[in-house]
Design a protein around this ligand. Structure first.
Ligand SMILES: *Cc1c(COP(=O)(O)O)cnc(C)c1O
Length: 432
């Protein structure tokens, strides 16, 4: 028995030792067994982020002893209720709101739907005009398209070549029928950070509710809803190292807004459904950590991002950066490579254990190029050859250097197969 046990332990120790390949610098993100099957270099943090161990730890009791329904009156129910109110205060603090202005939802998509449909339907007697931008997430764009079928009219503001909405354009688009302005805080594909405070000031001047989808901004950019004239703000936990399927909508006190989910009286009678307590606790913990870590996070991933960009532009010809060179999320890189299909690049990178994206996860798999890349003026064929790499807290210089070793080879391999590349006569220009 003992011999078998010892042999088993030795074999196991050896196996564990062989499987340490996930190299992380941020201690929060190292947990034995996490991502240990294969060496994975995860560069798709705009799609989702791993849950921080301390966030998971905070959630665990609410899937065990603390299972009470917060609407009930006994003690264990009060514990659930208290946990929700603690999380609400944590979210409020992170964005500069009052706890009473924070409502929990099932995520970014629901928050966007609620903000836009809720304001539109509550104010339809005043007017039917909505202003948004051409580069919004589909949770905003498709909601606006739905409202167009319901008799609303929508202006989709264009953006410049770096993805910026122009405040004077916004002001010109306002009519006496405008009841909502919704412009995202930071773009999920190209990382451009919009002049939200300026846009908000214009909305405030015209007394029009201003919503911003800040799903990508939380944890990357300091947010202050009062100082930035924001009336409604969407956020989602899984974009800042929290769990999936939980988010929040900030609704400034006094806003006229319809409910989206009807039923029980939860969330101050504004959003029905028994609360997802564990997830709400996870959201609270994650947003607290994300705001506390914002300085470390920014300098860490910005440095890696710049190293990656410099390397790519140095090693790969006919590559260009998409989005604004400075006004961009610290971890976002979106690069177009001429003569290449982004999707095939992803498959080759996946083979090497590198997780990347061509745009938003929702468009991956469709043949249409990204609406964001088209909106910044990229021709179809260049938009198709785009790669999004989004860095996170656990990435290291070694990750970046590995990508810089693999990516030029992948690009060259695909270009060698491309008839367009051969026709262009540019083959000689490659220095891989
Ligand atoms: C991810 C994302 C959403 C959707 O959030 P979910 O929680 O996945 O529904 C909305 N807007 C932006 C900008 C996003 O990046």
């Amino acid at each position: 028995m003992v011999t078998i046990y010892i042999a088993f332990t030795i074999v196991n120790t050896f196996r564990n030792y062989k499987n340490i390949p996930f190299r992380a610098t941020h201690p929060e993100l190292i947990r034995e067994g996490t991502m240990s099957e294969k060496r994975i270099i995860y560069l798709d943090h705009a799609a989702t982020t791993p849950v921080k161990p301390s966030v998971a730890d905070a959630m665990w009791p609410y899937m065990n002893d603390h299972f009470g329904n917060p609407s009930s009156i006994y003690r264990i129910a009060r514990e659930s209720k208290n946990a929700i109110e603690t999380a609400r205060a944590q979210v409020a603090k992170a964005v500069g709101a009052e706890p009473g202005e924070i409502y929990f939802t099932s995520g970014g998509s629901e928050s966007d739907n609620w903000a836009i449909k809720g304001i539109a339907f509550a104010n339809r007697k005043k007017g039917n005009h909505i202003i948004t931008s051409a580069i919004e997430h589909h949770a905003v764009l498709h909601t606006c398209q739905y409202l167009e079928k319901e008799g609303f009219s929508v202006t989709y503001l264009p953006v410049d070549r770096s993805g910026l909405v122009s405040p004077p354009d916004l002001e010109k688009a306002i009519t006496d029928k405008t009841i909502l302005i919704s412009v995202m805080y930071a773009n999920n594909e190209i990382g451009t950070i919009e002049p939200v405070a300026e846009l908000g000031a214009i909305a405030r001047k015209h007394k029009i509710p201003f919503h911003t989808d800040a799903v990508q901004a939380i944890g990357n950019v300091p947010i202050d809803v009062k100082g930035q004239n924001i009336d409604l703000l969407s956020l989602s936990a899984h974009k800042f190292y929290g769990p999936k399927g939980i988010g929040a909508l900030y609704i400034r006190k006094g806003m006229k807004i319809d409910n989206l989910i009807h039923g029980g009286g939860q969330e101050n009678r504004r959003r029905a459904g028994t609360e997802n307590i564990a997830a709400i606790v996870g959201l609270g913990k994650a947003i607290e950590l994300a705001t506390a870590d914002i300085g470390w996070h920014n300098s860490h991933i910005r440095a890696l991002r710049d190293r990656l960009l410099t390397g790519i532009l140095e090693k790969i010809p006919y590559a260009r950066l998409n989005g604004h060179p400075e006004k961009r999320l610290p971890g976002n890189l979106n690069v177009s490579f001429e003569f290449i299909e982004g999707e095939s690049m992803l498959l080759w990178l996946d083979d090497e254990g590198i997780c990347a994206s061509t745009g938003s996860a929702c468009t991956s798999g469709s043949l249409e190029p990204s609406h964001v890349l088209l909106a910044i003026g990229l021709p179809h064929e260049i938009a198709h050859g785009s790669l999004r790499l989004t860095l996170g807290d656990a990435n290291t210089e070694a990750d970046v250097d590995f990508v810089l070793e693999v990516l030029p080879k992948v690009v060259q391999k695909l270009r060698d197969m491309s008839p367009l590349y051969r026709k262009s006569g540019k083959e000689g220009g490659c220095n891989v």
